[in-house]
Design a protein. Structure first.
Lengths: 251, 251
């Protein structure tokens, strides 16, 4: 890797890519529809322990539903026309000045452009932006010897199922994940406080691929130790705008 | 981008790369030494508004010094042998259960392997893992029309100066950056509380390239509105281990 003059070889980045799944589950060949293009208003199931990619056009609203209330959903969004632009939690926190997104926040990309407007949330609003998606390394560390479904691979496979590939797994928005933090910065990992049927809505500010993983974590308590399915819908109307206005009027 | 059968073209990822700087400053051609290889014990200056890459071998300790106490340092680390493995804040928070690293914490990579042991900190310990590196988009948003030095480009240029390139800019460890958070998750952006001459030490758990940017932010208060230089040293001894033991004995 080091050349005679002490410099690095230019090929050092040839192995940079983190886009390939480290194992497989049905996510890889079960898109919601060819190309991930939804029928507006239809309900699609993200089965327990799996992921799905859904195209959401600018102005459409994606609605993510937690049927049992106990399930964490790892969520990502990528610019349809350039997968190098993706929803970024570190940029979003800087844009919103919130560690946890709230209704009304505009979530931004790694190029600080608006991607998603958080337009409705029927749950108590406990979500997480701190933790990496679970991955095979995580389960190795938790003592799992064989392959374990994981959100990072679900992201990679869900893209693969619609003919796409990203070079890395961005830090996700962990919907309903309950990671309380103390003033000293220490955190805990607790089950969701959301209720059965709770949903969140995000209105797309650009054409996006939204990826959702029903987190397969069954070793620690964050899914109440029983991974369940999630539902996803894409709505043509900017439903969230009405919800937000209602919220404004009521507060 | 969409083919006749509704699927995405496989080439959608051809523009994924975020490795090229969006502008230049002297960082690009002023490495600390050929290949970024330091003389152990020597002090290298990271000039105000610039970045530098430094090779740190496993078992060596990198010491980062804040001569004026008012300067934020954006820090990254990459596996020398595979730049696709990098210090990851979302994985580190999950490993340490801390939003802000503390002495004794082991900071991990995106593959959850130990990269840096936080071995000493003479400052009050106020650092940040929440915020993305400042970038050209950030300064555009703050009203700067021309090029503005920024930490993201400093990272890219510092690597370039030692013959390397990464495909993206990971979320940095923002040394001495003062981003207090409230129980409701709202944050503020305040000047550092560190003192002149404060330093932090990290012992390398693998062969690394450490990149440091003396943050050029002069519009908001996080560098007390006057970007200054930082110093960096690489020490052959595992100095931090002694410091940590002393700390253990004293507590």
């Amino acid at each position: 890797m080091t050349t005679a003059d002490g410099t690095f070889g230019a090929a050092a980045c040839s192995t940079c890519d983190n886009g390939a799944p480290l194992g497989l589950n049905p996510t890889a060949d079960h898109p919601i529809a060819p190309g991930g293009i939804p029928n507006p208003g239809a309900t699609y199931v993200v089965p327990a322990r799996q992921g799905r990619a859904v195209r959401v056009r600018r102005g459409q609203t994606v609605c993510i539903i937690n049927p049992h209330g106990t399930q964490v959903g790892d969520a990502w969004a990528l610019n349809t026309d350039d997968l190098g632009e993706y929803l970024s939690m570190p940029h979003t926190r800087a844009a919103t000045d919130h560690l946890i997104p709230r209704v009304g926040d505009v979530l931004v990309s790694n190029r600080r452009r608006p991607m998603l407007r958080f337009s409705a949330d029927t749950s108590p609003g406990v979500h997480d932006t701190q933790m990496a998606a679970c991955d095979l390394y995580r389960y190795r560390g938790l003592g799992v010897a064989d392959y374990h479904d994981n959100c990072a691979d679900n992201f990679r496979m869900a893209l693969q199922a619609v003919g796409l590939r990203a070079q890395d797994v961005p830090a996700p928005l962990n919907l309903w994940m309950n990671i309380p933090f103390q003033p000293d910065g220490s955190v805990a990992w607790l089950p969701p406080v959301s209720n059965p049927g709770d949903h969140v809505m995000f209105t797309a500010c650009m054409d996006l691929v939204v990826v959702l993983s029903a987190c397969p974590q069954d070793i620690i308590a964050i899914n109440n130790r029983k991974p369940m399915e999630l539902h996803v819908q894409v709505l043509d109307a900017d439903v969230g705008a009405a919800s937000s206005k209602e919220k404004e009027r009521s507060t």
